[in-house]
Design a protein around this ligand. Sequence first.
Ligand code: DX5
Ligand code: ZN
Length: 219
Amino acid sequence: MKEILIAPSILSASFTYLENELDEVFKAGAKVLHYDVMDGHFVNNISFGSHILSTINTKHNLINDVHLMVTDPNKYIESFVKAKADSITVHYESFSNEIDLINTINLIKSYGVKVGVAIKPKTKIDVLFNFIKDINLVLIMSVEPGFGGQKFITESYKKIEDLQAFRKKKNLKFLIEVDGGVNDSNSHKLINLGCDILVCGSYIFNAANKEEAIRKLKE
Ligand code: DX5
Ligand code: ZN
């Protein structure tokens, strides 16, 4: 039975009470933390840098899943590696050509860090096929990147279904992660379609009982 990982996105956490919020999701059984890094250029929002990752790491030993929504990912790879990122996901759309993307994939792997490629809702999964065997995870954005609390884009289901079919046909091992508007009303279908990691921001951090919220995603 494959393990489904829940990755709370700290973008939606209260930064006033960040320590309490993290204690709660840790106690609730979350093993992964999703860091939404935004540069205000690739997306119209600015979030945080690798220092947040370093400070959180001093207390919690969670899997650090870094999602770079930035125009020039290469500028940030080394600092997130130093901050102990376990996986770094770059956007396909951050690159003007496939060679540069493949070079960044190899750069991340050269540090012994897992590498993911994310695609926006309007980007087709076909763009990944040339290098998909060389990456550890595909991040399917089910909202337009930039903000938490948006509505799940239902066309994402078909993308995930097609990606899972491709993975099965080619007997590949990359993980499928879905990100944006995920909650207990769509999580079961997403898991059945083949998702391995569910990123949740507002659903978890707005929940009165985080433990129950996380449990309801999978039960
Ligand atoms: C959006 C981010 C998502 C978002 C998830 O650009 O990549 O990770 O924070 O938040 P919710 O679950 O509220 O959509
Ligand atoms: Zn994200």
